[in-house]
Design a binder for this molecule. Structure first.
Ligand SMILES: [Zn+2]
Length: 265
């Protein structure tokens, strides 16, 4: 006899087959059986035993829904910034740092559905939220004439300690999806986050971000003369983006546009 063990890890499905040594199946039969199972929609079988739930309302997802149900998706507060030049987010950086284009997918407010969505991503291990938002914003940006010149996608680096605790940078999956849709490289080894000394952490946050060089660049030749899309999860004051841009503008000829999952304005 043999047993199928279906081990679900996000979108990776691993099938382990154990055969008792004295009852080994004819390999051809076994192969046929596996292929049949694969053909008969393995995702449906998994859904039957381990139903996926909506990250916002926690109801079981219907066929074809990914991460968020249709009902919750329809009430997410979209900014529509991607098709709006000189939008609120861009105005936030006027006089501070040059940004070519700026956008965010959703408005973020305490208690709104966006907050719940991002809480699941940042604190509940639901990394697939990054995929959901990345695919969504990627398609929106691809349709926009304003972002046609983007040549690379770069995430804001997370604090190493936080990344270790969480097991992932919540912006990475989001960024990978956008880069795939735009057909440009996703680059994580140029903009880096410096490690702070204890005494430096006592300064106020904005002053600390900008004046103490929290961010730095390595391998800068990769982005010379490139128009990049810098990504963050939520933009509030814009201090993180401003500090990242200060480091990135040391690269000759670089142009920076900005995109985020959400904006608090
Ligand atoms: Zn829902």
């Amino acid at each position: 006899m043999f047993t199928f063990l279906i081990n679900r890890n996000l979108y990776n499905v691993k099938i382990l087959i154990y055969c008792a040594k004295d009852e080994i199946f004819c390999l051809q039969e076994l192969n046929y059986l596996i292929n049949s199972y694969m053909r008969c929609k393995i995702s449906d079988i998994i859904q039957l035993f381990f139903p996926e739930t909506c990250v916002i309302c926690e109801n079981t997802l219907a066929y074809g829904e990914i991460s968020v149900c249709l009902s919750c998706s329809s009430v997410l507060p979209c900014t529509l910034f991607t098709s709006e030049p000189e939008n609120q987010l861009e105005k936030n950086f006027f006089g501070r740092i040059p940004i070519i284009e700026g956008t965010a997918l959703l408005y973020y407010q305490v208690g709104n559905p966006t907050q719940k969505l991002l809480h699941q991503l940042k604190y509940k291990g639901r990394e697939e939220v990054g995929t959901f938002l990345g695919n969504w914003l990627g398609e929106v940006i691809k349709q926009s004439a304003r972002f046609k010149e983007i040549e690379a996608v770069i995430p804001v680096p997370l604090h190493l300690k936080k990344e270790r605790q969480r097991g992932y940078n919540q912006v990475s999956e989001f960024g990978r999806c956008i880069s795939l849709i735009l057909g440009v490289p996703f680059i994580e080894n140029v903009l880096i986050r410096n490690v702070f000394k204890e005494s430096q952490t006592k300064k106020d946050r904005i002053h600390r971000l900008i004046s103490d060089g929290l961010y730095a660049v390595e391998n800068s030749a990769v982005l010379k003369d490139k128009h990049i899309l810098l990504l963050d999860d939520v933009i509030t004051s814009g201090a993180t983006i401003e500090a990242c841009c200060q480091a990135l503008y040391q690269i000759p000829g670089i142009k920076i546009s900005v995109a985020a999952m959400a904006y608090t304005g």
